[in-house]
Design a protein around this ligand. Structure first.
Ligand code: PLP
Length: 301
């Protein structure tokens, strides 16, 4: 389910230390984590459990409760990739029970800078590779020498943008209300697309069934058109950008059986996406799917 950002560094770390890696599988039919046999995967010798808060490809927000509980019971560190979730939903670290949360400001309207929120006791146990002169205390020991001050200032402004969408007396209240507004707005628009798509022949949405939580990230395929061709026509004929490909979720695309055919088309929603834009996108999709496809792969006009 994960982006390789939350897979490959752990695989390297495991190789460094000679640690065995267990995988929590994905059920390709429901695009959710398959928790059968979890007790065999997370046990008293487990050191760290890394999971995603939301899939950046298909939007699934897996239920992490059982995983985190089992990790904690066995004394393992829990690390949660919140990169895709943070732009779309308010995250309460205590509620999730994560020791480490990762996210990136550019996903929530900010500059390119990554962030890790690490519980102090865990932080104290880390011995990161670092250059001699940099401070040996946390958090400085996890950072490069000179900070990226411009980006850090940009993070403040990005958080201010979310805050500006909400009401409340305190900053926290406004940010949380801002998130409520974002969720309400984006989910309403995403549901509008989901509903319209159910009436368009040849479209297949790849998403977890209700009541599994999902971000407003819609991955789909269209019969007779490759994702790249669909995206190209969306851009050239309708001036609408949708992305195509596996979005680095190659394992998930493989399990879902779409990797070889160009994976998915992905449409995403933001707080500033309007209803009118969504309706244009739906209408454009209708037009593209209505157009016959010639055996050569070329489309008629
Ligand atoms: C779920 C998820 N994790 C990690 C990443 C990687 O983040 P970064 O680009 O900041 O390395 C992404 C980027 O798309 C992502 O969607």
């Amino acid at each position: 389910m994960d982006h390789p950002a939350n897979i490959d560094p752990w695989l390297s770390a495991a190789e460094d230390k000679g640690v065995k890696v267990n995988w929590i599988g994905v059920d390709p039919a429901t695009l959710t984590l398959d928790l059968t046999g979890l007790d065999d995967l997370i046990h008293d010798r487990t050191r760290l459990v890394a999971v995603t808060l939301a899939s950046n490809a298909v939007g699934t927000v897996p239920d992490l409760r059982q995983i985190i509980q089992l990790a904690k019971k066995n004394g393992a560190i829990t690390s949660v990739d919140a990169v895709h979730a943070v732009p779309h939903m308010a995250i309460d670290r205590e509620e999730i029970g994560a020791d480490i949360l990762f996210f990136s400001a550019y996903k929530f309207f900010g500059p390119h800078i990554g962030m890790a929120v690490i519980r102090t006791p865990v932080f104290g146990t880390l011995k990161p590779y670092k250059v001699g002169p940099s401070d040996s205390r946390y958090p400085d020991n996890l950072q490069t020498g000179t900070q990226n001050f411009a980006a850090i200032a940009g993070v403040k402004a990005a958080i201010g943008f979310i805050e500006s969408l909400g009401n409340g007396h305190t900053r926290r209240e406004r940010i949380m209300d801002g998130y409520r507004q974002i969720e309400e707005h984006e989910n309403r628009l995403a549901n509008r697309i989901r509903q319209a798509f159910s009436g368009i022949e040849g479209i297949r949405l790849y998403q977890a069934p209700d009541p599994v939580m999902k971000t407003p990230t819609l991955a789909f395929t269209v019969d007779g058109l490759s994702p790249a061709e669909f995206s190209r026509r969306m851009a050239e004929e309708h001036a609408i950008f949708v992305a195509d490909g596996h979005f680095y979720a190659t394992r998930l695309a493989e399990r879902a059986g779409v990797l070889e055919d160009g994976s998915w088309i992905r449409a995403g929603l933001a707080p500033y996406t309007t209803e009118n834009e969504v309706d244009r996108f739906i209408e454009a999709t209708r037009q593209i799917t209505r157009t016959p496809v010639l055996p050569s792969g070329k489309v008629t006009s």
